[in-house]
Ligand binder design. Structure first.
Ligand code: PLP
Length: 454
């Protein structure tokens, strides 16, 4: 048995993979990714792929950045681990907290670290509940989220997520949450409805839910500025302004989940900056370290900090924290990664090269399989449909998407298939000529899928 066959055998006999049909996996085995270089990764047979999703929407600086390796090695050698419980601290987490406060909107002044986006959103739920108990409003606990939202998979964050497979058979939602209509005009706009009328309808729906539940019970509205894992869904014009106004009117905290949008993905520093709204809480992860190390950060307002801090003084502690909160190696890598993003102007690159990506993808609007092309900066998607005029999806949903995913691999391109939507989110270091190569591989992929259809 070759080394790779024995690896595959060990994989299928030991691992339960996230987001995988385990029985199908046992039959077909893993694709073992062996190494990376720039925007490319290589499997263990040496086949090259453009990583069109930057791993999990997350590797900003490419797959072989030596400065991050050196930053990790330096910190490992000096202080590989220390915690931040009980007033202990260390320089990397202090410096990164300072940097995040500097980079994010002005009203966000305080930072709490976790290791994943899910832990961060669970922490947001607990912080908001703790704060409202401290403020003597114990009924103000319900979160507003949206269908197709992705906020993670732990018990509270998975409850905020609005995707059926994250709830089904997991007994979720398990916290008080109301999921509002997904702000995707192409799918949820009514026949004859204008985009402005769609926005107004969704904002009115949110207000109706707030009034139905009672504003004194609604704690927060959480949303990805541009919804990513649900299908790359830019909001309709004016949506965030409408939601922000409602939050202010009813004293509801506004949480921007920037786990994918943050640090330049849309061609702006953050999604909330891109769409022009000001959150009370901003959640960041993924591109914070280019995912070389697990890390997430919650950046929040002084008012929230003060309410929580006063309560810790009453109780004697903030009874929340993770062994790895602010891990020194992860925060050291985060600092170096953010320095690279600034020095190489990767936010500007996402705007400039992203415009090329969006322009080139727009040409696929004429392709017989493509219903909608959408995106912003360096994140985009093509929604594949069986009938362009009626927008009718393929049946069963997901089969054509799976075919596109497989054809992408055959053509040396890793994409994400979300139902029948093909999502792209390449590393922020991608160049214009590499975008053209990505688009060429995508074109061959779509033609191969079209040729397979009856
Ligand atoms: N929030 C958003 C917007 C995400 O896209 C994700 C993951 O994709 C998460 C939260 C959860 O992050 P993690 O997978 O690190 O738990």
């Amino acid at each position: 048995m070759s080394a790779s066959n024995s690896l595959a055998h060990a994989d299928i006999t030991t691992l339960l993979h996230p987001y995988t049909d385990a029985r199908a996996h046992e039959a077909k085995g893993p694709i073992v990714i062996d190494r990376g270089k720039g925007i490319y990764v290589y499997d263990d047979s040496g086949k090259e792929y453009i990583e069109g999703l930057a791993g999990l929407w997350s590797v900003a600086v490419g797959f072989d950045e030596p400065r991050l390796v050196e930053a990790a090695a330096r910190q490992m050698a000096k202080l590989p681990y220390y915690h931040t419980f009980s007033s202990k601290s260390h320089e990397p987490s202090i410096r990164l907290a300072e940097k995040l406060v500097e980079m994010t909107p002005e009203n966000l002044t305080r930072v709490f670290f976790t290791s994943s986006g899910s832990e961060a959103n669970d922490t947001v739920v607990k912080m908001v509940w703790y704060m409202n108990n401290a403020l003597g409003r114990p009924r103000k606990k319900t979160f507003l989220a949206r269908t197709k939202a992705y906020h993670g998979i732990t018990v509270a964050s998975g409850s905020l997520t609005g995707l059926p497979n994250n709830h089904r058979d997991f007994d979720l939602p398990a916290i008080p949450v109301r999921h509002l209509t997904c702000p995707h005009f192409y799918r949820f706009g009514l026949p004859g409805e204008s985009e402005a009328a769609f926005t107004a309808r969704l904002v009115a729906e949110a207000e109706q839910v707030i009034l139905e539940e009672g504003p004194e019970t609604i704690a927060a509205f959480i949303g990805e500025p541009l919804m990513a894992a649900g299908g790359v869904l830019p909001p309709p014009e004016g949506y965030w302004q409408g939601i922000e106004a409602l939050c202010r009117k009813y004293d509801i905290l506004l949480v921007a989940d920037e786990v994918i949008n943050g640090f330049g993905r849309l061609g702006s520093s953050f999604g909330c900056v891109h769409y022009g709204f000001t959150p009370d809480i901003l959640v960041a992860s993924k591109q914070i370290t280019s995912s070389y190390m697990p890390l997430a950060a919650i950046v929040f307002s002084e008012a929230i900090y003060n309410a929580i801090a006063d309560n810790t003084a009453r109780i004697g502690t903030f009874g929340h924290g993770f062994t790895a909160s602010g891990h020194p190696v992860a925060t050291a890598v985060g600092l170096e990664n953010l320095a690279i993003i600034e020095e190489k102007d990767l936010v500007g690159n996402a705007a400039r090269v992203g415009a090329v990506l969006q322009r080139e993808l727009a040409r696929f609007a004429d392709h017989p399989l493509v219903g909608e092309v959408r995106g912003a900066g360096l994140i985009a998607a093509l929604e594949l449909v069986s009938d362009k005029a009626t927008k009718a999806p393929f049946a069963p949903i997901g089969k054509v998407g799976a075919a596109a995913y497989a054809a992408g691999h055959a053509n040396g391109l890793i994409v994400r298939a979300i139902g029948d939507t093909v999502a792209l989110c390449p590393p922020l270091v991608i160049t214009e000529s590499q975008v053209l190569e990505l688009v060429a591989r995508l074109g061959r992929t779509l033609d191969d899928v079209a040729a397979q259809l009856p």
